[in-house]
Design a protein around this ligand. Sequence first.
Ligand code: ZN
Ligand code: ZN
Length: 119
Amino acid sequence: MCNCKEQSELIDICDDHVEFKAKLNELDAGDRLLLMSCPDCNQLWKVDNWDDYQPCYAVKISTQENWVDFDSDELIKEKMIENRGGLSGKYCMWSKCEGKQVRGETLCIEHFWKTGSRH
Ligand SMILES: [Zn+2]
Ligand SMILES: [Zn+2]
């Protein structure tokens, strides 16, 4: 049996992307993206098609329609904050930005995102 239900909405598959994809069926492919479905529960997953310099996340989606356009940025941002243990009490170093710094970083998540980081 699969464990799709227990998985969070967005998961980091960098370390086990081969294994993760092996369990799923490929339905469609986009630019560096795959639409995959679980043979057990039919859960749809939008999966980054991995290469060294790309982020590699899999996100649950509910419909095949416009799957390429499903925007997982906000979920990735949440995950990045979570990975660092939340936000610190300090303000972002960016001039006039009122966002709180991500713990261990000097920027808020929006500005940190703009540096290109996706982990
Ligand atoms: Zn499943
Ligand atoms: Zn900022």
